[in-house]
Design a protein around this ligand. Structure first.
Ligand SMILES: C[S@@+](CC[C@H](N)C(=O)[O-])C[C@H]1O[C@@H](n2cnc3c(N)ncnc32)[C@H](O)[C@@H]1O
Length: 459
């Protein structure tokens, strides 16, 4: 029942012809699922490690290029809209003179992005949303029957329920593209078919990945048709990462995956309380998560709307670059929690401490940043898996800040005659960061050392 996989999968992955649910399972090589199973892709654990059923941490399950992608609105003047390279002293970006919207590093990127088609639409509709731009890119990517099949096979196969904002989006999209020549696309003739567009928008809503840079900041969005077959869990055993060429990598992050267990990634931020995660999963992905964390009756994670509005206010200040005001809001959350520990869930404290650390880095107040980053760690360790990219970056941030503070103290010690020696505070965090980087951040164009180097916080 299993057919061989395309080259982007490693050989131990096989694809079943049953496409009903499209879940990936860990497979021990003995207990082959029957054809009535919903299993779509199976991980042959026994091929990877003799005698064991669980793949090792860091095992690469698949690597894939995006079928279509677009740069995020906030990043469009900072990175090339096709190759996603960052603007730097050695690399200039030119803004398209016609639409004044898109930026490219070269004519090759301008042409490869098929910008001329989009340019016409952007000139008339500069307020376009990311999902509309991604939809147009999706149209442009459909050049063969196979390309069309890949998109049409994405979940859901049929329109599921009335989603008013997606219906509106379908209507807006018709207007966006009505004057464009989309004859190069095999689905171009459907550019104003509202029902078809509504279904495609549902697929885009459920299957789009945020493309992140090394620091896990979102720089774009894309469709990756194979990776999007992974289901979600709030206790995931796999994670996705990106390289600088927008390739996605799915790697194992739990060394205790049993045969028959689904292989999962997370669709929403894990540093959030259960009702909020569930709400997001329901709204965007239309399912109720039944993972151990969501169904736990032991550690209930309740919402606190008062704290949430304070965090939201802080976030608004941050967006407007009013960092000190944002810091005041986050600090109020921290002090409320310290004065009444049971008032709201620890997760909110984790969010506030983490935000304080990042805000103080931006303000150049590194001692405070270090203090909050270290204080946030036990909470991040509780809600993120042990081998998780964001956790690795947090350890790295502590290490870099620690190293900077040590350096400053040594400098003071050299210039003053009396000073105490500074303990080596940074190495403990480097030691924690390194296993995560060496197992997860290992892309074709990267060694973990490159990533560590690129992630240096510049002081
Ligand atoms: C990106 S797709 C994942 C692959 C999909 N299951 C398929 O077979 O094509 C997202 C959709 O999968 C389903 N899904 C993902 N994780 C799930 C879970 N933990 N429980 C139930 N449904 C899930 C939901 O319908 C969701 O909208």
């Amino acid at each position: 029942m299993n057919k061989a996989c395309s080259s982007l999968f490693l050989s131990f992955l096989t694809i079943s012809e049953n496409e009903e649910f499209g879940r990936f399972y860990c497979y021990d090589g003995h207990d082959e699922p029957s054809s009535s199973d919903s299993t779509q892709i199976i991980y042959r654990a026994s091929d990877n490690r003799k005698g064991g059923t669980s793949p090792r941490i860091g095992t690469l399950l698949l690597k894939e290029q995006p079928n279509c992608f677009c740069v995020s609105e906030e990043q469009r003047s900072r990175i090339c809209n096709y190759c996603f390279r960052e603007k730097s002293e050695g690399m200039k970006l030119s803004r398209c003179k016609a639409c004044k919207y898109s930026h490219y590093c070269s004519m090759e990127c301008y042409n490869a992005d098929q910008h001329l088609v989009e340019c016409k639409a952007l000139q008339k509709h500069p307020q376009v949303t990311n999902s509309m731009r991604l939809m147009l890119k999706c149209f442009l990517s459909c050049k063969t029957v196979e390309d069309v099949e890949k998109i049409e096979n994405l979940s859901p196969k049929q329109s599921m329920k009335d989603i008013e904002d997606l219906k509106q989006l379908a209507i807006l999209f018709c207007d966006y593209v009505k004057e464009l020549d989309l004859s190069i696309s095999l689905i171009g003739h459907r550019k104003t078919d509202v029902d078809y567009l509504y279904l495609l928008f549902q697929k885009i809503q459920r299957n789009t990945f945020s493309i992140c840079n090394d620091e896990m900041n979102v720089i774009g969005s894309g469709l990756y048709v194979h990776t999007s077959l992974f289901n979600h869990s709030c206790v995931p055993n796999c994670t996705v990462l990106f390289d600088s060429k927008k390739n996605i990598y799915v790697r194992v992050i739990n060394s205790n995956i049993k045969a028959g267990e689904p292989l999962t990634i997370n669709y929403v931020d894990l540093l959030d309380v259960t009702p909020n995660r569930q709400h997001k999963l329901d709204k965007q992905y239309h399912f109720t998560c039944q993972c151990p964390r969501c169904t736990s009756t032991v550690n209930s994670e309740e919402r606190n709307t008062h704290v949430e509005s304070m965090l939201e206010m802080a976030n608004d200040f941050k967006q407007k670059n009013q960092l000190q005001e944002a810091i005041n809001c986050y600090s109020r959350v921290v002090s409320k929690k310290k004065s009444s520990p049971k008032l709201f869930h620890d997760i909110y404290l984790g969010i506030a401490l983490n935000a304080l650390a990042h805000n103080y880095v931006e303000l150049g107040e590194f001692e405070k940043a270090y203090h909050y980053a270290v204080e946030s760690l036990p909470l991040l360790e509780q809600y993120y898996p042990e081998f998780y990219p964001i956790l690795g970056l947090q350890y790295l941030m502590c290490a870099k800040l620690g190293a900077h503070l040590e350096e400053e103290k040594h400098h003071q010690a050299r210039t003053q005659t009396t000073s105490s020696f500074t303990p080596n505070i940074s190495s403990q965090w480097f030691q924690k960061a390194f296993p995560i980087f060496s197992k997860l951040f290992i892309h074709e164009d990267n060694t973990p050392f490159d990533v560590l180097r690129r992630n240096q916080i510049t002081f």
